[in-house]
Ligand binder design. Structure first.
Ligand code: SAH
Length: 464
């Protein structure tokens, strides 16, 4: 970086410019945005310059710039578009102590005038050190589009409110307040005029003061199987109030939509057997955010207490004395069994049901297969696609009836839900053939109830 960007105080300061043509006009249009005292030296000034002089916006000297004209002058622009004349005026100004800019002569200039996006008091200055004016213009055009013109108004009102907002604790609470103001509450209130913005600021501050008084906290929230209508009211409320949401891969976009717009959303999705955010990193994120006072929602699919590695996370935040609670959710076994119109338990059939996982951290998970292989047993198998052949093999080996019904529900409760009805004998082959890519729950010992088809209006694939 050869040129260091700064914002120069100009109120009441003298800025001089020599020249009366196009180059002079371009610079003056920018300079007139300031509150500097502008002196222009031009024997033949353009009409606009004369008009600005008449309107009292600048002082016009209808003669060439000469010795003594740059005394007590902050900035000098040599804008005569004549190399010889520019060299002469620049030498005088330099000698009299002004910082000199020669238009279109970067090499002999002491400073550059950047491209500017003006949302006063918010100003974005873009410089390329002369390397790529085209690029500077493109960036400027892009920012002009991206920054709403209301930004300046909001910033001006916000500036007057800074002292009051300092009542909020320094750091996150104060940052959150301003973020909320600039990107959410402010623009919304501005639709009703500047007065509404002022009033709104007081209400917003009250709300943030209340929130800031609460210590950091983690809510472990069960997000259910995917359908947002299967969220609990408590889950909904926790999302409403969260400063930070740390969520898993299986959380659907519709549910993430329910979080506050200004909440920080952190994706720690695990992609099956693929790369994932390590448990340690997730623990650290929880401690970091709740530790600095945030209301954190740790959003897990289904029910947080079922195959969710919840205890590891609780231990981590407990070790830091951070408060937490659990909001139960609908586990995918409940959603899936509803889909096929069955009960998880049934008098005279099974008085217990197992929730088991096809694999754990060490590989395929072992279970009491002999017990499960007895007639009329029911199990909900999570993460069971890849381990289908293993589970099938163990059950058959322990004497299970090969005709035992097996039902696989993919994307339970979601629009792309699929139900595959098969048997123990065929389950591995049928699951492979079905090429399921979504999360799937396998029921061992349950077939879709025949009458369930009409009620759910979802197709059932009969592969056997
Ligand atoms: N805590 C979650 C389970 C996490 S383990 C719960 O209570 O549901 C991830 C496994 O859950 C997936 O491999 C799949 O077996 C199951 N699962 C999650 N969402 C599902 C859905 N919408 N449909 C079917 N199975 C789902």
């Amino acid at each position: 970086m050869d040129h260091f960007p700064i914002f120069l105080a100009t109120e009441g300061q003298r800025i001089a410019l020599s020249g009366g043509g196009e180059a002079a006009l371009a610079k003056l249009r920018l300079l007139l945005k300031t509150r500097a005292r502008i002196n222009v030296y031009a024997a033949e000034p353009a009409e606009e310059i004369t008009a600005w002089a008449e309107a009292g916006k600048l002082t016009l000297h209808r003669r060439a710039f000469g010795p003594g004209d740059a005394l007590c002058t902050r900035l000098f622009y040599a804008a005569d578009e004549d190399a010889e004349e520019d060299r002469r005026t620049a030498a005088i100004a330099r000698a009299e102590g002004a910082l000199v800019n020669i238009v279109d002569n970067l090499h002999d200039s002491a400073f550059i005038t950047p491209a500017i996006v003006d949302r006063d008091p918010v100003t974005v200055a873009i410089g390329t050190e002369g390397a790529a004016p085209v690029l500077a213009r493109a960036i400027k055009a892009d920012l002009e589009e991206r920054l709403p013109t209301s930004l300046g108004t909001l910033a001006r009102i916000g500036k007057g409110f800074r002292k009051l907002a300092d009542a909020l604790p320094f750091g996150r609470p104060r940052r959150d307040f301003w973020r909320d103001y600039y990107f959410n509450a402010g623009p919304r209130a501005l639709a009703d005029g500047a007065d509404a913005v002022e009033t709104g600021l007081h209400d917003l501050l009250d709300a943030h003061m209340n929130r800031a008084a609460r210590p950091g906290h983690v809510a472990f929230v069960g997000g259910g199987p995917g359908d947002p209508e299967l969220l609990t009211l408590k889950a909904r409320r926790a999302l409403d109030e969260a400063d930070v949401v740390i969520y898993d891969r299986l959380i659907s976009a519709e549910i993430l939509e329910l979080a506050r717009r200004e909440a920080l959303m952190i994706d720690v999705g695990k992609e099956g057997f693929g790369p994932s955010t390590s448990q340690q990193t997730i623990n650290n994120l929880l401690v970091e955010h709740a530790g600095s006072g945030a209301q954190v929602v740790r959003l897990k699919s289904g029910d947080a207490t079922v195959f969710g590695r919840l205890d590891e996370e609780i231990d981590a935040i407990d070790a830091h004395g951070i408060g937490w609670h659990i909001v139960p959710g609908i586990t995918s076994a409940s959603a899936a069994v509803a889909t096929i119109g069955q009960s998880l338990t049934r008098r005279g059939r099974n008085a217990s049901v197992r929730f088991l996982t096809g694999h754990d951290m060490k590989g395929f998970a072992d279970h009491d297969w002999a017990a499960l292989a007895r007639p009329d047993e029911v199990a909900a198998i999570y993460m069971g696609k890849k381990s289908a052949r293993f589970v099938q093999g163990r059950l058959i080996m322990h004497g299970a009836d090969r005709a035992t019904p097996v039902t696989v529900i993919e994307n339970a409760s979601r629009p792309d839900q699929r139900v595959l009805a098969t048997t123990l004998d065929r389950m591995a082959a049928d699951i492979a053939d079905a090429a399921m890519t979504g999360p799937a729950l396998t029921f061992y010992g349950l077939a879709p109830r025949a009458a369930a088809q009409a009620a759910t209006d979802m197709p059932i694939e009969e592969m056997a």
